[in-house]
Ligand binder design. Structure first.
Ligand SMILES: [Zn+2]
Length: 281
């Protein structure tokens, strides 16, 4: 069973502090670290690139593309979808699409909303994505969170009702009748590997693909401390929460890469046969 491996190709501060913070050069080393790790396991992934990062580091996007990974869109400015009007959202998407076409020569098939911000208040985003040529979205988390999530949304890939778009929801585990996020980001840092492992096996045994997601900066253990030392104002609580257990994620990724089969999302959804799976795990 093929699972989707996805990387939110962004820098840390714009996603967690303020979208207007400058892109730091750390993103270059962090993305290269991810490329080296995936190369080691001969796995191709989907990179949802943030337009602002591609603007500052266009060669880095080309490098990921040339390495054979899928380049998809994370939008341009990391503004939450439900904080935008449909017109602003469309403009943000178009900027991102134009950049990806310019850098890679092809239009992105997939989109992931910043901070999973397609929620009940922003379901208008689906038809806009389909209208702009996207074939899939991986933006809806079927959980209940203050800023994101649609708890009753389907847990496995499905077709949007009102447009020609496939949604690949973020993978959850079912625990006492509730959906629990365990397959990426902070959740993957928090829970031991056994939790991720069990979730992936359970989903695959049900005949469904899972999606694992992470961010290049999560492999950058000292980033938050270094940025604080460089004088960036980062609150103590944010610094603590967002750097917590970054040291653990690489080991967990390695374990998952060694045990499960992964491919770019477009391949898992059979929207493209461009990506050949070469992993033997
Ligand atoms: Zn993001």
């Amino acid at each position: 069973m093929l699972n989707a491996l996805t990387v939110d190709f962004e820098d840390w501060m714009q996603a967690h502090i303020d979208p207007d913070r400058p892109i730091t050069p750390r993103v270059v080393d962090n993305v290269r670290r991810v490329l080296a790790l995936l190369d080691e396991y001969q796995v191709k992934a989907t990179f949802f690139v943030l337009g602002k990062v591609g603007d500052v580091y266009p060669d880095l996007v080309r490098e990921v593309d040339r390495a054979g990974h899928e380049i998809a869109s994370h939008g341009w400015g990391h503004r939450l979808v439900w904080q935008q009007t449909p017109e602003q959202f469309r403009a943000d998407l178009r900027r991102s699409i134009e950049q990806i076409v310019a850098l890679t020569g092809h239009r992105p098939l997939g989109y992931r909303a910043p901070a999973f911000s397609i929620t009940k208040r922003s379901l208008w985003a689906g038809p806009v994505l389909a209208d702009e040529g996207f074939r899939y979205s991986s933006s809806i988390f079927p959980i209940r969170k203050r800023r994101y999530g649609i708890p009753e949304a389907p847990r496995f890939p499905y077709r949007w009702e009102d447009c020609d778009l496939v949604e690949f929801p973020l993978t959850t585990a079912r625990v006492f009748g509730r959906n629990i996020p365990v397959c990426g980001g902070g959740y993957m840092r928090l829970f031991p590997y056994a939790v991720l492992r069990r979730a992936l096996h359970t989903v695959n045994r049900a005949g469904q693909p899972a999606v694992v997601y992470f961010h290049p900066y999560e492999l950058d253990v000292s980033e938050v401390r270094v940025l604080q030392n460089q004088g960036y104002p980062i609150g103590r609580r944010v610094a603590f929460m967002k750097s917590l257990w970054r040291s653990r994620i690489e080991g967990r990724l390695r374990a998952a890469l060694g045990e499960f089969q992964f491919a770019p999302m477009a391949q898992v959804l059979e929207l493209s046969r461009k990506w050949q799976l070469s992993a033997t795990a």
